[in-house]
Write a protein that binds this ligand. Structure first.
Ligand code: SF4
Length: 483
């Protein structure tokens, strides 16, 4: 039996996958190996997934984004599902989760793995309950059979809802939105029906054996994630998290890679707390969060409410973000929803990577800004996060090749284009002459021209002293009666 990436890393081997990841992340291979060996990062790479271009998920690497795809009872054919896969990868998904619940699941899953250059994740309890007919008819034998089959089909990581225990269910009594995880609600139903412990928890060590054989990575499901701000950070959520920490260590003991899933709906002031708590309880295993949505009031715009939380979570140390589309809570996403959701999440991930000083992250911003200031429209479009959209928005008002070098766009127009005016001023030498005759140090404006502290180098936003100085400056010359 081949070693898992975790076992190889622990024995000091830099695998081909680690070497490839190091190249993609602009990091030393040894740094990658050490992060995998410590469990702080995972390389989801089933030994049977030949089309995979290996990638890594961990808090010290670039933040990753997952897109959910999959069929439902109403739409089910291989071509449609492959088109969804293509759309997700085209718009920048780092992994995809096939959450199919319709028909022909085996053929679709096998085709997805065969064609996907990114890791494919699944939630095997969905297929198991479909085959069983109802949650009450699930058995441990069926769950293991489905998990083993999906591992054999080449799935790279699986959400396993083993952390929700019988003892946790009374803790959800007073919740506003109960149990909102699909897998969690299925397992809770089974436990309530029989008064017995979660079947996935019962056979957890058997699942570890299967995962070790194919090098499938655990994505430990958060069945008790809050589905509303009212339920965020409650006893049920944190009790399950403690179990997930315990399950993380049990998988590591068997040489299996682990990441841990997180919420959900969380107000902005408690997002960092969620990340820090998971990192502490799960000994640094990568955190993989859905959103979180920072308010409940904007159905139709939940790619935005959740992207705010996702950016904050990534900044605080979350390794992978599961995207949310505008259709969240409302319906099955279509192609444009996938595009909007992925763009929003890639912005969140990249913004955090810039702030966290990930190698190469800020270079992208600088290259685009230089092209923008040079009115090099073609390069600006090519560098854009969504080049097709940038090009099309520009060309709606100024189509034609003659505008490719224009020193303005339709936003301000030729006369009021600030960048053109500024460049002309510089070219005419006005700025140099102004600088030569101004004693900035003696000017009352000097206080407001303090340089920004530490925002561009990936370090902390500022020292206490600098923050105090900024407060002083922002109050500079404020009228006494201002309100
Ligand atoms: S017209 Fe305005 S928005 Fe357009 S390039 Fe010039 S400054 Fe930028």
């Amino acid at each position: 039996m081949a070693e898992t990436q975790l076992q190889a890393a622990r024995s000091g081997t830099v695998t081909d996958a680690m070497a490839r990841v190091a190249e993609r992340e602009q990091r030393a291979p040894e740094a990658v190996r050490q992060a995998v060996a410590d469990g702080r990062a995972v390389i989801p790479a089933n030994v049977g997934h030949d089309a995979l271009d290996p990638m890594i998920i961990g808090r010290s690497f670039a933040t990753k984004v997952n897109a959910n795809i999959g069929n439902s009872e109403t739409t089910s054919d291989v071509e449609t599902e492959l088109e969804k896969l293509h759309t997700a990868v085209h718009y920048g998904a780092d992994t995809v989760m096939d959450l199919g619940t319709g028909s022909d699941l085996d053929r679709i899953r096998t085709a997805n793995v065969e064609h996907s250059p990114v890791p494919v994740g699944t939630v095997p309890v969905y297929e198991a309950v479909k085959r069983a007919g109802s949650p009450e008819d699930l058995t441990t034998e069926l769950l293991l059979e489905v998990i083993e089959k999906q591992a054999r089909q080449g799935v790279d990581y699986m959400t396993i809802h083993a952390g929700i225990l019988l003892e946790h269910l009374p803790l959800t009594e007073g919740r506003t939105t109960g149990i909102v995880s699909r897998g969690g609600s299925i397992l809770a139903k089974w436990m309530e029906s029989y008064g017995e412990q979660n079947p996935l928890y019962q056979v957890y060590d058997d699942i570890c054996v299967i995962f070790g054989e194919y090098d499938v990575t655990f994505s430990l499901g958060d069945s008790l994630r809050p589905g509303s701000l009212a339920d965020a950070c409650d006893e049920a959520q944190y009790a399950e998290l403690d179990t997930l920490g315990h399950l993380t260590r049990r998988a590591w003991d068997q040489g299996v890679q682990v990441m841990v899933e997180g919420p959900g709906h969380v107000p902005m002031d408690r997002i960092a707390e969620n990340v820090e708590r998971q990192q502490d309880v799960c000994d640094g295993a990568p955190f993989y969060v859905l959103g979180p949505l920072v308010t409940d009031v904007a159905p139709g715009y939940d790619h935005i409410t959740s992207t705010i939380g996702a950016a904050m979570a990534a900044r605080a140390g979350t390794a992978m973000l599961c995207y949310v589309t505008p259709k969240e809570h409302l319906g099955l996403p279509e192609k444009d929803d996938v595009r909007d959701g992925l763009a929003a999440y890639r912005i969140a991930a990249h913004a955090a990577d810039v702030a966290n000083g990930r190698p190469g992250a800020r270079d992208w911003d600088d290259a685009l800004s230089e092209a923008r200031y040079a009115f090099d429209w073609s390069t600006q479009f090519d560098l854009a996060l969504d080049p097709e959209r940038a090009r099309s928005f520009h060309d709606q008002t100024l189509p034609g090749d003659n505008y490719r070098e224009a020193r303005f766009c339709s936003m301000c127009g030729v006369e009021f284009c600030s960048m053109r005016i500024d460049q002309d001023t510089r070219e005419e030498g006005e700025l140099d002459r102004l600088t030569a005759r101004t004693d900035l140090e003696a000017s009352p404006a000097a206080a407001v021209n303090l340089p920004p502290v530490g925002v561009h180098n990936g370090g902390e936003v500022g020292t206490d002293e600098a923050d105090v100085e900024r407060d002083r400056v922002s109050n500079f010359d404020a009228p006494a009666d201002s309100n």
